[in-house]
Design a binder for this molecule. Structure first.
Ligand code: ZN
Length: 174
């Protein structure tokens, strides 16, 4: 197998609706999860979605932690979520910075819900629920969007909320 790559904005796979996973027993499914974990860590990501590897399945990982890309991110245990859904617990939207491994070189302020309840299946197919708040809730909504064929730039309210990544690092250091 060739080394997997993170596909970039413009690739039509990022605009597809990802398929639900029904077969949790296949070796390809478990291999895809392992590859997602490895690629996310290698790229200093704090979340990843299967379509970003060109695999249009409803699988995401959320893993907020401080990295070179997100020095101020809070630490959480990484969670693999298969077939995730969510409901909104607090309808207030809050804008904060996001970036994306599939959209290199830019960051933008994106409005997201601050409190959500997620249900999903783990990598064995077991159904689980989790409440997420603040930054981890943001990471979830970003990755969930990838499963709907959306990227974070689609949520930006004003083009002025988009900046070059080099300027973003100056802003958060100030
Ligand atoms: Zn992304």
């Amino acid at each position: 197998m060739n080394k997997p790559e993170i596909i970039q904005l413009g690739n039509p796979i990022l605009r597809e609706h990802a398929r639900r996973v029904d077969d949790f027993g296949g070796p390809e499914f478990q291999q895809l999860i392992t590859t997602l974990q490895n690629m996310m860590i290698e790229a200093n990501g704090i979340g990843i979605a299967a379509p970003q590897l060109g695999s249009s399945w409803q699988i995401i990982i959320i893993a907020s932690r401080p990295t070179a890309r997100y020095p101020n991110a809070p630490e959480m245990q990484p969670v693999v979520m298969v077939n995730p859904r969510f409901e909104v617990l607090d309808t207030n939207l809050h804008k904060d910075w996001e970036g994306c491994l599939s959209v290199p070189g830019v960051r933008a302020l994106v409005p997201r819900y601050q409190a959500i309840k997620v249900d999903y299946q783990d990598n064995q197919g077991q159904s689980l629920e989790m409440e997420l708040r603040d930054f981890p809730a943001r990471v979830f909504q970003h990755e969930f969007d990838h499963l709907q064929g959306l990227v974070y730039l689609d949520r930006v309210e004003n083009n002025r909320d988009i900046v070059a990544e080099s300027e973003f690092f100056k802003l958060i250091a100030a």
